[in-house]
Write a new protein. Structure first.
Length: 488
């Protein structure tokens, strides 16, 4: 008894059930919900995409969520050592899990920094009566910013610094404490904005764009069922923070009292509700002000900036804009800290195993510095292109299709994104599924769930079927479809 207590103190543990849930939902809810989901849904068949997405969440997401949480709680270890603890054959899978955060963080923190900059700009604008945006077209503002290397680096550094401060404060006094307030605040702001958006005429068209089922996409030669499935699956992994050790790590700080048979549904449910709600803010806002919804960074930065500055305008536009970017900031940093924590936890586990006292603060700082370097190509991608693209960028119409402007930014981000959510996350989850389905057996998970007094895994046979057949089949199809993107 005393032993386990001591171990928990060294590694950290969630203080409350609610605190864990907020941290896990905080990791899940992020740019993937606020930015990726709405436009992917709009572009890939609206309601038809939603149906496929929900099916993937239920058939793959929920069981992988369960598997990761159970693996973490059972072993009390971060991603790398958790796999090593349960299986010789799969011992290396954990390393895949720590490689992915590096790739995601490389662009995620850059976007986080950009969000921070927009938040600050809207605060300034609130106090200057919109003066700092006057006569600046949204596209030009964005273009100037991403081509301004020192600004990009400055805000990236601030965003990372905030991450460092929270993560080095520990699981309970850093991550849990932050999320306990941030996630409820985020939900309230989002719900408020969703209501506010409908006071603008034309907002309904956004809902049509999002929800109107267009099953024709399944037979569309350009899109087709497999592309919809691939997009939905990649989005699901990214959105639920699966396939890369986040939920293993967060699970390792759980007490046996937390009911995994319930949290496996609650976290995906909350994430999906927030994604849909985000779409119900973003899309109607674009349509109400006559902007075509575009994908990529331009949706979050150019289109919405345009809505707040030109569409709403004045103090209220600045205030709503600030609220929106504040919300995005909370979502982004709560996800970003979970990625950092995955890497930190692995190094701390190693220190503990070697009998050393874990040095959380130093480890966090060193890792964050490494990550800063990894982010540089993404952060500096736009550098210098403003000169050539200056004229074009003054027209938001051109900016909206980011591909048309000479900004290479798109490439690095797309590449990192494709590598992580397209390949590494499905691959990690495929391996976990095979491990549970065919090597360890689903019973290991059911036993772990049953450690919570009075709880047991419902539909164990169905979960087993998912691990053995359904998840592997879907993920093999997804990975094969993905290979085409790499021209293989
Ligand atoms: N789930 C986060 C989002 O939707 C991103 C993320 C992916 C966070 C993987 C952690 C791990 O934005
Ligand atoms: Na998400």
């Amino acid at each position: 008894r005393k032993m386990t207590r001591e171990k928990d103190v060294a590694r950290g543990q969630w203080r409350s059930k609610f605190g864990f849930l907020m941290a896990a939902i905080g990791s899940a809810v992020g740019l993937g919900n606020l930015w990726g989901f709405p436009y992917k849904m709009g572009k890939s068949g609206g309601g038809a995409f939603l149906v496929v997405y929900l099916a993937v969440v239920l058939l793959v997401g929920v069981v992988i969520m369960l598997g990761e949480l159970a693996l973490g709680r059972k072993t009390g270890k971060g991603a790398v050592e958790a796999y090593q603890a349960v299986s010789k054959k799969f011992a290396w899978v954990g390393y895949l899990g720590v490689a992915s955060p590096f790739i995601i963080l490389a662009f995620y923190n850059v976007l986080g920094g950009m969000v921070l900059k927009y938040m600050v700009a809207f605060v300034e604008s609130m106090f200057s009566g919109g003066a700092n945006f006057a006569n600046i077209k949204s596209g030009a503002y964005f273009g100037e910013f991403i081509c301004n290397g020192s600004d990009m680096l400055l805000y990236l550094a601030i965003f990372e610094l905030l991450n460092i401060v929270i993560v080095m404060s520990g699981v309970e006094s850093g991550i849990e404490r932050f999320n306990k307030y941030a996630i409820p605040a985020l939900a309230i702001i989002l719900a408020g904005l969703a209501v506010y958006v409908y006071t603008f005429p034309g907002a309904e068209k956004g809902l049509d764009f999002m929800f109107k089922p267009n099953f024709a996409v399944f037979s569309d030669p350009e899109i087709g069922f497999f592309k919809v499935l691939k997009t939905a699956a990649g989005q699901m992994f990214f959105s639920l923070s699966l396939g890369m050790g986040v939920m293993i790590t967060y699970g390792s700080y759980l007490s046996k009292e937390q009911d995994l048979s319930r949290e496996m549904y609650i976290i995906p449910l909350a994430d999906t509700i927030i994604a849909v709600l985000a779409g119900m803010v973003v899309m109607p806002a674009c349509f109400a002000f006559g902007l075509a919804p575009a994908g990529g960074p331009s949706l979050l930065f150019v289109s919405l900036h345009e809505v707040f500055v030109t569409g709403m305008g004045g103090f209220s536009g600045s205030f709503v804009g600030f609220l929106f970017y504040f919300l995005v900031f909370l979502a982004a940093i709560s996800s970003s800290m979970s990625l950092l924590e995955v890497c930190v936890a692995c190094l701390l586990d190693r220190q503990i195993r070697k009998g050393k006292a874990p040095t959380r603060a130093a480890t966090t700082i060193v890792l964050a510095l490494v990550l800063f370097v990894v982010s540089l190509p993404v952060a500096l991608d736009g550098l210098g292109s403003n000169v050539a693209g200056g004229a074009a960028m003054n027209s938001p119409g051109v900016m909206m299709g980011l591909k048309k402007i000479p900004v290479a930014f798109d490439c690095w981000l797309d590449f990192y994104d494709m590598l992580s959510e397209g390949v590494m996350m499905p691959l990690g989850s495929l391996l976990m599924s095979v491990m549970f389905g065919w090597v360890l057996g689903t019973k290991v998970i059911a036993d772990e769930v049953a450690l919570t007094p009075g709880k047991k895994l419902r539909f164990e046979w169905l979960v087993d079927l998912c691990f053995k057949f359904i998840v592997p089949v879907i993920l093999v199809v997804v990975l094969l479809a993905q290979l085409q993107d790499f021209g293989l």
